[in-house]
Ligand binder design. Structure first.
Ligand code: NAD
Length: 278
């Protein structure tokens, strides 16, 4: 058999949380390339509409794709998505846990003082964990159960290179600012991304006999117009000497959600230009 066919996911229903964000849209493209049906679940209606419009412009108006405005931290909202999809398609095949509260510290957020570890507000901790970890847990519960009953399915958790290593806070420092004015990568990012790897191993073993696989992807940073000073500091930490192009994860995504990875579960796949080797 031609192994390239294993990458096709004909009519698989693929839920992508945070599907209207920078990365989520690219996951949707990978799903469409594999002939599956992406389901963008996002809290932002405006972003969903823009994403769906962009995908239709690329793949044609007749392409199969869905968008839902839902807050994945709320179980009843995930259940609403589940019920609607089961009514329409009768199956849910893949869950990509991708949503995050994503402070772009390299963009020098206005609240950077607040995200220093000493001052990190409990409220922000709870909000970040609610989306990145609790949301992944809720979706795995609601959609994983459908998959287990079907006897097949895939859960893919989007972790990060910072799910493997600690952030190097030196790259976020700016000349001329006092310590308390410096921005840092928030503690929640590390905790969530490491936690998703734990969740992956738990789900992989819990569901192994039910035909549901679970894996984690640890992508390195995507180039998205970051400033030169930051880019230089970050790329010095990456053996390949550059950030990723947003297109470069699509084939790994399709591999991990298709039968091409049929014997893989509980794995942590690192795609980071070599950063975590150093
Ligand atoms: N961009 C990168 O360089 C990079 C690198 C490694 C890992 N990642 C991970 O990839 C994932 C996506 O990153 P991104 O850059 O596309 O971020 P993004 O901020 O562009 O997208 C995140 C999406 O999640 C949505 N969201 C937030 N809270 C939600 C909720 N409660 N319910 C439903 N949706 C919600 C947001 O509206 C947004 O569209 C994140 O988990 C991120 O940590 C990103």
């Amino acid at each position: 058999m031609n192994c390239v066919n294993n990458f096709l996911i004909h009519d698989s229903v693929v839920i992508i949380t945070g599907g209207a964000g920078l990365f989520g849209k690219r996951h949707a493209e990978a799903v469409l390339d594999g002939k599956g049906i992406p389901v963008l679940v996002d809290i932002s209606e405006k972003a969903i509409n823009t994403a769906l419009e962009g995908l239709r412009a690329l793949y044609g108006n007749e392409s199969h794709l869905e968008g839902f405005v839902a807050d994945i931290t709320k179980r009843e909202e995930a259940e609403r998505v589940r019920d609607w999809l089961l009514e329409k398609y009768g199956h849910i095949d893949v869950l990509i846990n991708n949503a995050a509260n994503n402070p772009k510290v390299e963009g020098y957020a206005a609240n950077m003082k607040a995200i220093q570890f000493e001052n990190f507000p409990l409220k922000m901790w709870q909000e970040d964990i609610a989306v990145g970890l609790t949301g992944a847990f809720v979706c795995a519960q609601v959609f994983g159960d459908v998959m287990a009953k079907q006897g097949h399915g895939v859960i893919l958790n989007i972790s990060s290179d910072l799910g493997i290593i600690a952030p190097d806070q030196r790259i976020y420092r700016r000349e001329g600012l006092r310590d308390e004015e410096q921005t840092v990568k928030p503690v929640t990012y590390s905790v969530i991304k490491h936690g998703l790897i734990g969740l992956t191993k738990y789900l992989a073993t819990y569901y192994a006999e039910k035909g549901v696989r679970a894996n984690a992807l640890c992508p390195g940073g995507i180039y998205n117009g970051q400033n030169e000073e930051f880019l230089e500091k970050l790329t010095n930490l990456i053996p390949m000497g550059r950030m990723a192009d947003v297109e470069e994860y699509k084939s790994t995504i399709l591999y991990l959600i298709s039968d091409a990875s049929s014997y893989m579960t509980g794995s942590t796949v690192i795609v980071d230009g070599g950063r975590t080797c150093w």
